[in-house]
Design a protein. Sequence first.
Length: 303
Amino acid sequence: MNKLHVAVLMGGPSAEHEISLKSGASAVDALRAAGMRVSPLVVNGPDFDLPAGTDVAFLALHGTFGEDGQVQRILETRGVPYNGSDSVASERAFDKAAAKEAFAAAGVPTPRHVVVERDVRGMAALKPPVVVKPARQGSSYGVTIVTDPAKLEWAIEQAWRYDQKLLVEQFVNGRELTVGILDGRALPVVEIRTNREFFDYEAKYSGEAEELAPAPLDALTAERVQQAALRAHECLGCRDYSRVDVMLGENGELFVLEVNTLPGLTAQSLLPKAARAAGIGMEDLCARLVGMALERRAEAKAA
């Protein structure tokens, strides 16, 4: 490992640029602590050059370009191994509407929803409260919980600022949970508690939330949540790691909301907290991700 040259890609052109820089800085510190030669690389789009001698590209990008398959396709074309899901799975997971189709086909429980693309007539099938969200965006940008039908049009306009394709989803009242997946196994469940309407951008990054790792759940419920998350990860074709958001309804029903293929790696991020609850520190977590990318490269050469 101490001979490896890893380029950490961060920043990106999405609304999550600043958070990505923080994830990238955290990954750089962890990989250097693991003894690797690390080159931080701030990218702003597809026109980037990796440092000479790069063995692995470590993706710490979030949102558009980072999680939607674009940067993955570029690296695949260049033959550079990287952490996380491949381009096809990344694109499928990033598009919440496409992910819902995969969930339905695999029997993964998820809230009722309609897809809106400038035609709002399909929303008649759902009655408030509903959640309006851009289909292809992260960090809860453009997401609104609508309880008053009169505010639905306003919520749609807010979401359309981020994407022309929207998801209108039946609101689930219950406990907010998230499950990290690492190398085919579910990490301890994390529960998110906030006084805000939901776990939005401000709650995520301003400390306005309490995150319990592991979540105070009985063993059977925790296993149900982990299994649902793992099925969601697998049905999308994800690999290496992800973070799956799940709602536990008041009657005990589970609903998978989405799968994040490049979850945050900051000190406040949920995946590292789940990993720590499993006894896996940040240094070990990032080193494992590099190791998985190297294994794929070795397998490809041997094939």
